[in-house]
Unconditional design. Structure first.
Length: 419
């Protein structure tokens, strides 16, 4: 591996220095973007392996190319581990990422114009849950439900039932990208059953927390299909899983390949297999437990320091701050200020946000990456103090320099895995 880095530095120094620069950025700063994490060194090894070289269109035992002795081994291991981790009957591990995995589900069971009941983007839903700007939002009819901001972000299931009976969705979808609560899967199942719809849960953000046994598993409540990315709280490479009951397996597999994708990225599937093996170890449950503890500690500190959190707290690893109401600055400026002090977050729309998506009213943050580095509740409280102090004093450059220096000294005590 060292020889490979030497070759890269000699033959493409621009790329080499950019990679080294990113390593330094990750080491010196606090990563609070809830959809980012630090993967395992073993995953980095698998992801950079010779499986990058191999085409493997098809599925184990049914490939369109020769030389599949070891690709089949890798993919079967990944599938078996996924079924064990999530207690499901079938697993497709070929989805290239989060958007393709959700698209594969829609295209497997829907015709153009069919209805999906999914969460509104500004209330926590994802682009692939039917945002008008997405291709899926143009092909299918997405009816969007909202949360109740004045009721800690709860969902009105009586209203959801009424809308479902009125619109007759083929899929009832629950899932989120910026919703700090858990879902009541039992109530979603009742709504879907009442109209004969398929139940689908996109648990991309909390997949690792479900794997670690600290958040509810949709399959325990009779859900049909569950999708999750592998690079967030699971700590894997960038990929996606489509998990389902056996009766949907053939339709899902055909939709992923040849319906939507060509050859799978076998180097990524190798990394996913490693990741799922890690998720089966007792240490991963400890990690998941600590991730939630850290989120509670960070949320409490933020609120004690004047931050208004959407839903008034968190049930998972994530929180969303209304920075306009809290600190008088929009999310774009808040993100810039925190980048300035080596705390990485991302700007985020809030429910029914009056501001545009590129200059929204909030920021989103979470604890998976910081937990991976070994930080615990005391560290979360310190991070919360720095974060809110920076936003309160966003025009004081000397003060921001002081916080940045403290953050970088602090981070030097917590190594980044794989660097």
């Amino acid at each position: 591996m060292e020889a490979n880095w030497k070759l890269l530095s000699e033959n493409d120094p621009e790329i080499y220095h950019a990679i080294k620069g990113e390593e330094e950025r990750e080491k010196k700063g606090i990563e609070l973007i809830p959809s980012e994490n630090y993967t395992y060194p073993e995953v980095l090894a698998a992801n950079g392996s010779v499986f990058t070289n191999k085409y493997a269109e098809g599925y184990p035992g049914r490939r369109y190319y020769g030389g599949q002795d070891y690709t089949d081994v890798i993919e079967k291991i990944a599938m078996d581990r996924a079924k064990q981790v999530f207690r499901c009957e079938h697993a497709n591990v070929q989805a290239l990422s989060g958007s393709p995995m959700n698209q594969a589900v829609y295209l497997a069971f829907l015709k153009p114009g069919d209805t999906v009941l999914g969460m509104d983007l500004s209330h926590g839903g994802h682009l692939t849950h039917g945002a008008p700007v997405s291709h899926m939002g143009k092909i299918f009819n997405f009816v969007r439900y909202k949360t109740q901001p004045d009721a800690a972000g709860k969902i009105d299931f009586e209203e959801l039932m009424r809308v479902a009976k009125e619109t007759k969705p083929k899929i009832v979808l629950c899932g989120y990208t910026s919703y700090p609560r858990d879902y009541d899967y039992e109530d979603f199942k009742k709504v879907a059953d009442a109209v004969g719809a398929i139940t689908m849960a996109d648990v991309s953000h909390i997949g690792g927390l479900i794997a670690g046994g600290v958040m509810r598993n949709p399959f325990d409540y009779g859900f049909d299909i569950v999708t999750t990315t592998t690079h967030k709280s699971l700590r894997g490479p960038r990929g996606g899983l489509v998990l389902c009951r056996e009766q949907y397996a053939k339709d899902i597999d055909k939709s992923v390949f040849p319906g939507l994708q060509g050859g799978p990225h076998m180097h990524t599937i190798a990394g996913i297999a490693v990741t799922l093996g890690k998720a089966l170890q007792p240490e991963f449950k400890t990690y998941a437990v600590q991730t939630l503890k850290n989120a509670k500690a960070l949320a409490e500190t933020l609120m004690n320091n004047g931050a208004q959190l959407i839903t008034g707290g968190t049930d998972n690893h994530m929180m969303v701050i209304n920075t306009v109401a809290s600190f008088g600055i929009d999310g774009k400026e808040a993100e810039r200020v925190l980048d300035r002090v080596s705390i990485t977050t991302n700007k985020q729309i809030i429910p029914d946000d009056p501001n545009p998506p590129l200059r929204p009213s909030g920021i989103r943050l979470g604890t998976p990456a910081a937990t991976t580095r070994g930080m615990k509740e005391a560290e979360m409280k310190q991070i919360g103090e720095w974060l809110t102090n920076a936003l309160k004093n966003h025009q004081n450059e000397a003060y921001l320099d002081e916080i940045k220096s403290k953050v970088e000294v602090f981070c030097s005590k917590y190594p980044v895995p794989g660097i």
